[in-house]
Design a protein around this ligand. Sequence first.
Ligand SMILES: [Mg+2]
Length: 391
Amino acid sequence: MHIDMNSYFASVEQQANPFLRGKPIGITGKHKEHSIIATASIEARRKGVKTAMSTYEAKRVCPSIILYPCDPKKYSYITHQFNKIFRAYADCAEQFSIDESFLEITKAATDYFGAVCLAQTIRQRIKEECGEYITCSIGIAQNKLMAKLCSEQVKPNGLTVVQPKNVLSFLDSCQLKDVCGIGHRTEERLNAIGIYTFEQLRKFPLENLTREFKSYGYWLNEASYGRDNSPVVDTIEDPKSIGHSCTLTENTEDEKEMKRCLLELSDRVAWRLRKKGFVARCVRVCIRYFDFTEFVQQRKFIEPTNNGLTLFQTAWQIGNKWRDKAKPVRLLGITASNLTKGKGYQSLFKKERKIRSLQNSLDNLQNRYGSKVWSRASLLYPPNTPSATCS
Ligand SMILES: [Mg+2]
């Protein structure tokens, strides 16, 4: 399920201030006269005001518009409120932006009918707890890609469901750029090779697509079938610690395998730290042996970090030094704790700055296309190697 708040900042202001209700309002930056419209209320939209329009232009198309400077604290407060509601009903919830969330509801709802009932319950709770002016559009489908596409169909207060059997016909009724992940530039490039619809994209030979778009071509091909395997990643607000663990497919004494698993976990933990704007002062490694006995050890960092490799190196050092090497290992876990808000150590060295800028680009990709979009070469499994299941 994807839930997207309608005209979010404007709705929150209208909820907070009855005098703004039913009126065209535009939420701007701090200095409202020389700014752009961050969000326009439904009334302003109807008169032609659009997001990212200059305030000058907005006043021209809608002279009666009331400009209001944004108040981030107020919006975060309401976001916190509805995220709590989502967590109460969903298996887990991923906050995608300040006004959008993905909900994993595979367990919470047994079928699509159950999912619709759940959507209505959640909407009712938002109305009761955040106020009737805070409305949302909801999309329900088999994965994140399709759910997000669904929620965009009807605004405000929409509820769109696409069952697996209808995915292709639904996609064919949408435009390429409607799908999250296909931007304006990509659309132009697709048009240039004669692709205007998802049907055409589906029929386009994959090898030609990957020649034109490299690995993104695979993603485009998958998207044309409405496929998306990216999981809903639980984002917990202000956590005390962030951790991942991984049960190996079989008990192992293979150091390479353990290293690989721990590195993958470290990268995932580090990514979540960066995504939430945290750095960790402490790392804890947990090793569970074949007989379910456990080894847990932690270490403090001199400089707090959000770097995957740093987490891994420290975790591996303590884990490998102290673990009982006679016992095969069943599970590995890593937890970053002692969290504070921050961006991490700012190095003056060129090489480290370069790594950081690479990391930023990878994070941007990952935020947009999911965690599978990049991998360290050392984590690529040779064919026929069973991978582990992670949680
Ligand atoms: Mg929205």
